[in-house]
Ligand binder design. Structure first.
Ligand code: GRG
Length: 291
């Protein structure tokens, strides 16, 4: 049931992207790179969370579709820039060549910049949103992806490469780099759906911990995959230069922290007092996913 929900939302998101981007009047090389980046797939986790949070309070999807796509554009831009040689220098993403490999570096930078700015234009141009709703959405999107969120998270993460980090520092980086955008997706969805302020507050906390759970599970999957491949105990991979929970505390402790956060997120979900169980199902799926 939850798997069907995810599939349905992924289809809605992909169809809408196709509709919005296929006829954009852009220089052909830039357009090709933009379409390549947005059609590469990806789980569409953040827009799905925003839609699910919205649907806990309202069913008129017209209102949330543009903010949801805007959030996915910001996420896609962050991945494109993260893959650049100046950052993580990756050749593959989502099972295909990264934009700077397939096209060139300048195009990758510009597609990333374009996606970020277009995301805000997208929200502003939506016919389904009131002025106040546009301001709220843009405030949340810009804060979570900007200096107070993902940018500082990414900066601290790059700075910490090859350095020892303690649990508190790692928690802080996870919150900023991954957590804030996921948190914003839940918060925007609830607000646009018409949630009451105490419900938004409880779901904000739910989103914060869901983001942490997602990142820890990502690290757990990385380590388990690596260890399976090379048959070494956790923590012995000298080539891995980024700190993660499994590296810092060992796999068992990382799993128990993830489970503790999942419990806390569930408590906050209960506090929000909503009937719709989809968000809770998404927490379970993303916390226990194996890919
Ligand atoms: C360059 C400003 C800037 C920020 C980069 C998102 C990010 C910040 C870096 C990507 C590296 C990374 C592993 C981040 C952790 C968050 C994460 C697991 C991102 C991948 O998100 P998924 O799994 O990706 O939702 P898909 O491809 O499914 O969309």
């Amino acid at each position: 049931m939850i798997e069907q929900y995810i599939q349905k939302k992924q289809n809605q998101i992909n169809d809408q992207f196709e509709k919005e981007f296929s006829n954009l009047d852009l220089p052909s090389h830039l357009h090709e790179a933009l379409v390549y980046s947005i059609q590469a797939g990806g789980k569409r986790l953040r827009p799905i969370l925003m839609m699910a949070s919205f649907e806990a309070f309202s069913k008129d999807l017209n209102k949330v579709i543009h903010p949801a796509l805007a959030l996915e554009m910001i996420h896609t831009y962050s991945l494109i820039h993260d893959d650049l040689p100046a950052m993580d220098d990756d050749d593959f993403r989502r099972g295909q060549e990264t934009i700077h490999k397939k096209f060139d570096e300048a195009t990758a930078i510009l597609v990333g910049d374009g996606l970020l700015t277009y995301s805000f234009q997208f929200v502003v141009n939506s016919n389904a949103l009131e002025a106040e709703e546009k301001i709220y959405t843009i405030q949340q999107l810009s804060q979570s992806s900007g200096f107070k969120g993902m940018i500082s998270g990414q900066f601290l993460d790059l700075q910490a490469e090859n350095k020892e980090m303690n649990e508190q520092e790692l928690h802080h980086i996870h919150l900023l780099k991954t957590g804030e955008l996921i948190r914003a997706s839940i918060k925007i969805g609830a607000y646009l759906g018409g949630a009451a302020p105490p419900q938004i507050e409880a779901l904000d906390e739910f989103g914060k911990y869901l983001g942490l759970v997602f990142q820890i599970q990502d690290d757990i999957l990385d380590v388990s995959g690596e260890m399976e491949l090379i048959g070494k105990p956790v923590g012995s991979d000298e080539e891995n230069n980024k700190s993660t929970y499994p590296e810092l505390l060992g796999l068992d402790q990382a799993i128990s922290i993830k489970e503790e956060y999942m419990e806390y997120a569930k408590e906050k979900y209960d506090e929000a007092n909503i009937d719709e169980p989809i968000l809770l199902g998404l927490l379970n799926i993303f916390g226990n996913r194996n890919a």
